[in-house]
Ligand binder design. Structure first.
Ligand SMILES: Cc1cc2nc3c(=O)[nH]c(=O)nc-3n(C[C@H](O)[C@H](O)[C@H](O)COP(=O)(O)O)c2cc1C
Length: 215
């Protein structure tokens, strides 16, 4: 049964989703994120997953056009739908809004100028969330997979919303940690915006080089 949403609002400072639910439903894993995923301008969303995958192409030139809050909400909510080891969700997202900090991030990312994109999300590993009784190495391995998969989900969500993105893996970890003021180690930086132009997807290798069948 739906009930009035009396939950304490737990938005991060400086980021409040555009739409929030009035009522909370039972059996929903996260009322706010679930609401965001289902709400908003569905007409701009490509709901054909395979079309989204087929069309995605890395973009390094973005229009100077802001990304709507509802789209940012959905991109972040999409990350939270990704599987994580033990459902411990061993990752966190830093949404970098400050233009000054974005410029420092450009430097931290080997001077890649497109890191100064309309939306910049830094995905960080948080192995301390992963409460398995395994070695630190295993927990770190889980956390990097959690963070990477979540970023991948966000990247596809961005594409589905008519946006483009570039995945940044070349960076100085410590410099990024200094800018975003965290002890968590980044795994990727996802830069998102409206593309200057739509490009054809890049070619891939032959299936025989991709798949090895083991009987
Ligand atoms: C792990 C990883 C690291 C990457 N690092 C960078 C990077 O630092 N800078 C960059 O411009 N692109 C980076 N890319 C984007 C790739 O260059 C891009 O995905 C690849 O050329 C394939 O193109 P596509 O994404 O259009 O299919 C990275 C991608 C991945 C998955």
């Amino acid at each position: 049964m739906p009930s009035k949403n009396n939950e304490e609002k737990t938005y991060p400072l400086g980021y409040e989703p555009q739409e929030t639910p009035d009522v909370v439903e039972d059996n929903v894993r996260n009322n706010l994120l679930d609401f965001i995923l289902k709400s908003g301008p569905t007409e701009v969303v490509d709901t054909d997953l395979f079309a989204v995958m087929t069309k995605r192409r890395s973009t390094r030139k973005f229009l100077d056009k802001p990304v709507e809050t509802i789209k940012i909400d959905k991109i972040i909510a999409a990350a939270d739908t990704a599987p994580t080891a033990g459902n411990f969700q061993g990752f966190e997202i830093f949404y970098v809004k400050s233009p000054e900090k974005k410029k420092i991030l450009v430097e931290a990312c080997n001077k890649q100028p497109y890191v100064d994109a309309p939306v910049v999300l830094v995905f960080c590993k948080n192995p301390s969330r992963v409460k398995f009784d395994f070695s630190d190495d295993i927990l770190k391995k889980f956390a990097i997979q959690d963070a990477t998969l979540a970023a991948g989900y966000s990247q596809l969500a961005a594409q589905a919303l008519g946006l483009s993105s570039i995945w940044i893996g070349m960076f100085d970890e410590q410099k990024i940690m200094d800018v975003i003021e965290t002890d968590l180690v980044p795994s990727s930086v996802l830069c998102i915006g409206y593309p200057e132009q739509t490009k054809f997807p890049k070619p891939r290798r032959n299936l025989k080089d991709l798949v090895h069948v083991t009987w």
